[in-house]
Design a protein around this ligand. Structure first.
Ligand code: DAH
Length: 356
């Protein structure tokens, strides 16, 4: 009877504790060294064996109940405290950008938007894939089998081995989005996939993280002429020139056959690059007709469908267009650099309104 009223009393106190300090005081007063329950435990020693067994069992039960109630109350108080904190730390992300603010739009974001605008106008949708990829999508399905030298050239960042021996990796190019898109949709397919890519490489022209844009078209009658036209339209729109000469050089990529690297003409005017004039050549992208093995890996019948693909360095074309000399500066988050090369936040590129 006495224990029952003690229990009710303690549980009331637990429920009434309004913060963690008050709750701790209840714990010390009951389960602490000199606490009410601990003191009763000590008195067991003076009892006879029968009495001790019964009283001991009842006390242990009470002790467990109180400990449980304390833990539950503690959790509830912590959750409430977090909830209250989250409410006070709320920020309104829909507030308008201050035009006179510190930051500007990063050239990569700007060029990303420009590219999406241009290809969107040509009927391309934007596709995405994860940065953490598996070997199948990044290599094997792209016709790069395990011993292929292209695997070494890619300087891949691998994750630790999984129990089954496989290793995830940071995608080394945006090409795995080709596979993901084919597996997830039916032709006709017309997509671009801008995104981050990773290679273990670092100097003036290479950073461990960089951006690429992939293009993929799969249809029944798509041919090289379409590829050339699309790339020519893109170059003229992107570099904002009426004409640009293009040179298609035979090359080799495992995922295309035939493969071509594309150069555009340029000249220098006082240290500045002028694209579309002169007779010097700049390489800007890799491309080709999608290899039948790749189409098959994408779950599509290469006997019925064919298409083209291309891949470009997004950072690289940003450097060319805006005359930015050092790739590494893109990722240094230097505000002075951003103010120099950045773009006004409210000036969104559109074909109608002008890209820049
Ligand atoms: N994935 C290649 C790279 O990272 C670029 C590339 C070349 C993509 C040719 C393509 C292509 O889709 O057809 O170097």
């Amino acid at each position: 009877m006495q224990l029952q009223s003690l229990e009710a009393d303690v549980l009331d106190q637990v429920a009434a504790a309004s913060d963690e300090a008050a709750l701790e005081a209840v714990r010390v007063a009951t389960l602490g060294k000199k606490g009410s329950i601990s003191e009763r435990m000590k008195s067991l020693g003076a009892m006879g064996p029968e009495e001790r067994r019964e009283a001991g069992a009842a006390l242990n039960l009470l002790k467990d109940k109180v400990a449980e109630a304390l833990a539950a109350r503690k959790m509830a108080l912590q959750e409430a405290a977090l909830e209250a904190r989250l409410l006070t730390e709320k920020i309104d992300v829909t507030l308008p950008v201050r035009p006179q603010g510190q930051g500007t739009i990063h050239p990569v974001s700007q060029v990303w938007e420009e590219v999406v605008q241009i290809f969107g106008d040509l009927g391309f949708a934007v596709a995405e894939g994860p940065h953490i990829e598996d070997d199948f999508n990044n290599f094997t399905a792209l016709n790069i089998p395990p011993e292929h030298p292209a695997r070494q050239e890619h300087d891949t960042f691998y994750f630790n081995e999984k129990p089954d021996g496989s290793r995830m990796l940071l995608r080394t190019h945006t090409s795995p989005v080709q596979i993901r898109t084919m597996l997830a949709s039916k032709p006709p397919i017309r997509i671009i996939a801008p995104g981050r890519t990773y290679r273990c490489d670092s100097d003036m022209t290479h950073t461990p993280m960089f951006n690429q844009i992939e293009g993929l078209v799969i249809d029944e009658i798509t041919h090289l002429g379409h590829l050339k036209w699309v790339l020519a339209e893109f170059c003229k729109a992107f570099f904002e020139v009426d004409d640009v000469k293009m040179r298609f050089r035979a090359s080799h990529f495992p995922f295309t056959e035939p493969s071509m690297e594309v150069d555009i003409n340029y000249t220098r005017e006082g240290g500045r690059l002028v694209i579309g004039q002169g007779d010097s050549w700049l390489e800007i992208l890799g491309s080709g007709m999608v290899h039948p093995n790749v189409i098959r890996s994408g779950g599509i019948d290469p006997g019925k469908y064919q298409g083209f693909a291309f891949g470009m360095g997004l950072d690289r074309i940003a450097m060319l267009k805006y005359g930015i000399p050092d790739l590494r500066a893109f990722f240094e988050a230097d505000l002075r650099w951003l103010r120099h090369y950045g773009f006004r936040a409210l000036q969104v590129p559109t074909l109608a309104g002008g890209l820049t």
